[in-house]
Write a new protein. Sequence first.
Length: 303
Amino acid sequence: MLELLTTKNVVKHKVGKMKYTIFLNVNGGMLDDATLYRLSDSEFLLVCNAGSRDAMRRRLEVWGEVFAVESIVDITDESIMLALQGPLAVEVAERVLEYSLSDLGWFQFVQLSVAEHRLIVSRSGYTGEDGVEVVALPPVRYRWAKDLFTLFSKEVEAAGGLLCGLAARDSLRLEAGYTLHGYDTDASTTPLEAGLDFAVSLKKPFFIGRDALLRQREEGLKRKLTGIRMLEKGVPRRGARVKLAEGYTTRITSGVYSPLLRAGIGFAYLPPNASGTALVEVRTGVWRRAEIVKPPFYPKRSP
């Protein structure tokens, strides 16, 4: 079933490995992007975007009936996930879990048993830095989960780190050139337009949306997700209008102020050959110059 629904080759997916993959409609539009863990020969863990959870569950259940899949269970409310990001993520996780992760490669995971809880510990993340994500599968005892969070918090602070929210994640993933589904991609955009070709295995015999992608590749892209970096004061917020000298207009899909670059940055869908400068409406009627750049805005430091 997953072979049909996803853009990556599931048959070749090895136990202990993770894959970034995409779910498409028949027109090649993105329904969601997700991380797929192969826990065993017959068991997978799928981590999708929170906003797509209900739609993804329904889609899997419908196709599960078609393929007579033994069990599809949504464990979101009965599990927890902790994400450590940064150059000391592995070191901190090792101290808390008392387990060596030095041999764990990028987009690989191990399964551990800690205090009778089943943990999935992966080396991944969405910030452009090294990272470790810990998933506790159900059943999870509330007090144990709270104690685990406290342990991680103390170790992070001792290492000089901070507890951060989604706003920090948003600036980091944009600096690293990572898209966010629901903002930069949706059912009206294809992975080829979004620069996510690496997550699509067009050599697969068939998956939903494959024919549409092949046609688009043959005909050529009319637009592509491109980076925008402000040359003047202002932040290119989501929805802000963008104008090119040739008269082409579009809107910012994601935009923030980058603390590292000390400039506003964002994404917008522009003609594939667009270059040079653009104008961005940072406030109603106020336009500022920006340069068109190829992401990432800041070098990724994941292993």
